[in-house]
Design a protein around this ligand. Sequence first.
Ligand code: PMV
Length: 327
Amino acid sequence: MKTVTARAFSNIAFIKYWGNTDDQLRLPVNSSLSMNLDGIYTETSVRWDEALASDELTLNNEQASGASLNRVVAHLDSIRQRANIQTYAQVLSSNNFPTGAGIASSASAFAALTLAATQAAGLDLNKHELSTLARIGSGSASRSIPAGFVEWHKGESHDESYAESIAAPDYWDLVDVIAIVNSGHKAVGSREGHHSANTSDLQGARVAGAAQRLEICKKALLERDFATFAEVVEHDSNLMHAVMMTSRPPLFYWLPPTLAIMEQVRLWREVGLHVCYTLDAGPNVHCLCLAQDADEVKAGLTKLTGVEQVRSAIPGGAAHVISVSEG
Ligand code: PMV
């Protein structure tokens, strides 16, 4: 028996994933593009143990039950099937950031779990397969497997829907400066959100233009063209939130400081700072900027009303194993 511990970074999407064509397999309606967040991670240890009568999960030092445990058990079922084992697992997982508040914890969590659990089961999977397996746990987790700047190809089947690195972390000096306006747990998680995306009249229009936005964003990234990048990233985030707000029931993730920060970011850009905003399914604002402007952005955000905390991350690496112990 061995215990494998893996670490995976969270990621922030430049072109968003919102809605599935297949909820079970988590095949997304559109491809997406993201950056891993160095230093913002989940660390997960897995030990398959013949003596256990069920899976056990400790999350941030507390014994988990209910929905979080069920979701992990369902994911372990997929891994048991892949590894052809029946054994239960002991899982210890912790995040070094607030859970469920717009820093995607499910992305890093399911990427780390997939890597640790497969390795502990004796499988040595390539990144493609790890990414497809992680996707079953949480769509965005597929993007936390490879390094740096990542594209998730939507694909038409389980094998085809995977994420791959399009540029190494050091390709572009971007920094994600995150203004945390509410570190509590969000009311409606992304799982329900993906499900209701199609109830918005705007989802069709968002999806129709997604491939083109992704191409524009990818080209801007590869050419390090910040002005083009900023416009398309903000537009894509606005489109996703327009879909959220017009879904039935509607999802309003913004809080008053959220909008104030978004306006401020646009003003900063007008006066020459290289910064733009993007938001996930939460009220916190990810301010993507060039490294040369990061200190000024951080200082500016800290002064704004309603900002509880500011964190920042440079592009992060791939999910990786940090320790293996026998016994
Ligand atoms: O992987 P999920 O189900 O947590 O979905 C993530 C959805 C967004 O964060 C809102 C967008 C994205 O592409 O990361």
